[in-house]
Design a protein around this ligand. Sequence first.
Ligand code: FAD
Length: 503
Amino acid sequence: MPKTQIEHIVIAGGGTAGWMCAAALAKHFENTPVRITLVESPDIGTIGVGEATIPTLRRFYAALGLSDAEVIRATGATCKLGIEFADWYKPNHSFIHPFGLFGQDVKGIGFHHYWLKMHQAGYPAPIDKFSLGVQLAQAGKFSVPSNNPPSSLSRFDWALHFDATAFAHLMQKTATMLGAQHIQGTIKHVHLRESDGFISHLELKDQPPVGGDLFIDCTGFSGLLIGKALGASYESWQNQLLCDKAVVVQTELSTPDSPPSFTQAKAHSAGWQWKIPLQTRQGNGHVFSSRFMDEGAATELLLKQAQAKPTQEPRVINFQPGRREKAWVKNCIALGLAAGFLEPLESTSIALIETGIEKIKLLFPSKDCDQTLQDEFNDMTRMEYERVRDFIILHYKLNQRVGEPFWDTCRDMPVPISLEKKMALFKSNGHLLKYRWEIFQNPSWIALYTGFHYLPDSYNPGADSFSMNYLEGAFNAMKESVSTAVAQAPTHQAYLASIMKGF
Ligand code: FAD
């Protein structure tokens, strides 16, 4: 017998997750009988942070028909070439994790093997001299990647820093234009069907109830549907990631004439501080471990280091790193903070919303929400979260801030076996182990390993098929080509001005 198709999807919550999901599903089900309704409380605010992204976001909004220029204008965005990690390895040391490649691979051997060979022989240039993304960022420049002439040296990617509220509004506008319904109402109770425990409807304060076939829980940390109503448990990673609080504040720009084209992540004694430049203001936050610092000291440090005038009162956000053990239970799928949270060190939460939406589209169920689909979705989600967790842990594990209790604890902690294997393989000969469902690809791991000076004593012996002299000439030519591209690029400020003027 044919299965009964889903007719009505109800999204609970109108933060970044809810509206991104509404826009993407409205597009996906355009010209079909599937209806989409989003319910959002006028009384419960959104988290109000989440302003640094990774390049996948640009693919997400492009699929909705939005251009980079439209999004930059609508959200006061700046461009992001990567993240600068200051003082993480040691005080007064910094490196950038770019969205792009290092150098050119030759004969199927990664560039980093040639660089390791040269580095071991005393060649002085760090690997980031061969990254156009890093060099543009350090020079305060920005241009979109060009493939003329075609070369992997010119290949890099970029993302945005945007105003989260403005981005949610843009998604709302897109979703409603595509036919999604919007109800402003606070959910008082989630009703389950007696027969199978599926959600039947949401009871709202002072509004008619909302029934549906599939419910997407985007209610943020409260996880009202997935956790409170359906009892999905939360797997805490607090024993591997010690930070559990963030104090956040918006300020004026600290460098209004030259906003950086990268996110700044600066290590402090019990965590780290971000600076996210938008066109007219700066987002700031201090992520820290309450075991090693209290809220007062964390706030004081945040305000001192923001180097700009606050435009609001700082506020503290508590969180527990981890994830829902099952993001899909019965006829409810959790997205965004309702599904899990990892500290924003690599700006991964919004990316995980995107991949969650992709999986919903891929595994879209009939009304019975077949268990095999749920299992597959939950398995994929688990792997994705675990891979991101490992990448974040690496930042703490590799620190050399010896003598500071928080950092000593992070360095001495055992890491998950999946990460241990990756680290061991790289240390042995520079080999990069790739798992399924990794958001971060090989260049990101190379950026971290080299940025933290976690280098092997060996390299792929295939790199020996070129002489040192030959490699030195090739390396110098690559550096030259990167420098020329940087010299020709406009400043980040000039690039933004041209976008805002509509050129
Ligand atoms: P929320 O924004 O909390 O929205 C929840 C929605 O549910 C609201 O609309 C609310 O009204 C509604 N709701 C709740 N209860 C009810 C109810 N009873 N009835 C009706 N509606 C209800 N991510 C990044 O990618 N990059 C970053 O740089 C980044 N920085 C972060 C920094 C911090 C300190 C934190 C905590 C998070 C950060 N994130 C970041 C994560 C990012 O903010 C979230 O992933 C993103 O904003 C999505 O949030 P959300 O929509 O799931 O939840």
